[in-house]
Design a protein around this ligand. Sequence first.
Ligand SMILES: CC(C)(COP(=O)(O)OP(=O)(O)OC[C@H]1O[C@@H](n2cnc3c(N)ncnc32)[C@H](O)[C@@H]1OP(=O)(O)O)[C@@H](O)C(=O)NCCC(=O)NCCS
Length: 194
Amino acid sequence: MDGAMSDAVRETSRDVSVRPSTETDVPAMVAIYTHHITRGLGEFDPEPMHADDIKRRRKNMLRRRLPHLVAERGGAVVGYAYAVPFRKRPAYRYAVKHSIYVHSEHLHSGIGRLLLPALIDACTSAGFRQMFAYIDADNTASQKLHEVHGFRRVGLLEGVGFKYGTWTDSLLMQRAIGDGATTPPTELAYSRTT
Ligand SMILES: CC(C)(COP(=O)(O)OP(=O)(O)OC[C@H]1O[C@@H](n2cnc3c(N)ncnc32)[C@H](O)[C@@H]1OP(=O)(O)O)[C@@H](O)C(=O)NCCC(=O)NCCS
């Protein structure tokens, strides 16, 4: 975290902890996700998310050693973040894309600022070299959060989404992690990508 930490973030870092998720966190993650997909700027999904979907995805990711983290405040899950393969083809196995969601009652209180660097660290330790985020072009909060943590805009995907009766653009943001593309990779702890 940078030296110019705001008071809110400093306060948050005292009472929020970030840890790997467990299966018992799933209902809280479903509630956070459901809130955002029904009204937010994040992903759009007209179908309700079921706990079994998250449980299955989470197990898949953990099998591939992809980080899946939650932020906890006062014993309650207030946010989560995870990485998935950027593409399935083996050539792309060192690149991940990620998602991050903060509970609607805890927005802009520094939780994203704790979760995102924790996810970056976890992806770096796991041997990945590049991280990507697709971010709705209107999602200023997410764009700023990612910029603060070293992501830069590498693409604009025009009219790629359709939600709430409107075509939407997405930004593609990227940052190198670890040695990025400057050194050969170390083989990942898992070798299968599908
Ligand atoms: C994007 C999101 C994860 C940010 O998490 P957060 O905990 O609210 O963010 P933080 O409080 O840690 O703020 C980090 C930085 O993000 C930016 N930010 C956060 N909320 C913002 C807002 N409402 N408006 C503008 N910038 C904002 C700021 O740069 C902020 O730094 P600052 O506090 O020094 O100004 C959160 O808003 C969220 O879950 N949104 C809904 C789901 C979503 O869009 N996920 C991302 C999909 S790509």
